[in-house]
Design a protein around this ligand. Structure first.
Ligand code: PGA
Length: 246
């Protein structure tokens, strides 16, 4: 499967940023079949972004796990799909931390998104304390086990992202050995959960991916792409990362 390079715009982006979306989508369409590219934008921008770049994957950054109801301020999977999203991130550490999302919540969100026809990127990752305590692999493996949606899954529609929390927005990147060890552990859990298709699910790396470190990250075995925050906000920063995945 080709690599998936997804941008996570977090709480950045208004209509003024649509030219960046257009520039990224234009290059992505030239590279169709060689690399898959997506932008997960704020909910308020999904509709305009999707209309601006038909055929390009616009995603959301969270999903409420229920299909409807009395949930003030929340947005369900069918609404995101209706607005033009074809993908969503679930379980990002900023959601797990700031909104107290547990593994069971993340699993329910992933299942709701897949049921509504959204591609899903499910994030896992350890804190610095956990890494320094030598528990990173065990902690992330347990997160994976408890967060995975019930199978079967289609590897074209479902990806994992390993994002060490200490590498997000810090400029610190996990080393090749750390990434390789963690991706191997995640792969084992995916195969245990899903059998052969679990061997095909892409495992992205996320955490301070930039143009100048992307090629080294993609050279690590079993890195199936990247989830990119800060460096996805402009075409000038993001497209070199996309090119590094070719
Ligand atoms: P960063 O964010 O690339 O800015 O470190 C990655 C993420 O949080 O998905």
């Amino acid at each position: 499967m080709v690599k998936l390079i997804a941008g996570n715009w977090k709480m950045h982006g208004t209509a003024a940023d649509l030219p960046e979306v257009r520039a990224i989508a234009a290059r992505a369409s030239q590279l169709a079949g060689q690399v898959e590219v997506a932008l997960c934008v704020p909910a308020t921008l999904i509709h305009r972004a999707a209309e601006a770049v038909p055929g390009f994957t616009i995603g959301a950054q969270d999903i409420h796990h229920r299909p409807k109801g009395a949930h003030t301020g929340d947005v369900c999977a069918a609404m995101l799909h209706d607005a033009g999203a074809s993908m969503a991130i679930v379980g990002h550490s900023e959601r797990r931390e700031a909104h107290s999302e547990a593994d069971a919540d993340v699993k329910a969100k992933a299942e709701a998104g897949l049921a509504a026809g959204l591609k899903i990127i499910l994030c896992v990752g350890e804190s610095l304390d956990v890494r320094e305590g030598g528990e990173a692999v065990a902690t992330v493996a347990a997160q994976v086990d408890a967060s995975l949606p019930a199978g079967p899954v289609d590897p074209a529609l479902f990806s994992l992202a390993y994002e060490p929390i200490w590498a997000i927005g810090t400029g610190k990147v996990a080393g090749p050995a750390e990434i390789g060890e963690m991706h191997a552990a995640i792969r084992e859990r995916l195969v245990a959960a899903y059998g052969e298709p679990g061997g095909q699910v892409r495992i992205l790396y996320g955490g301070s991916v930039k143009a100048d470190n992307a090629a080294a990250i993609f050279a690590v075995p079993d890195v199936g792409g990247a989830l990119v925050g800060g460096a996805s906000l402009s075409a000038a920063d993001f497209l070199p990362i996309v090119e590094a995945a070719l």
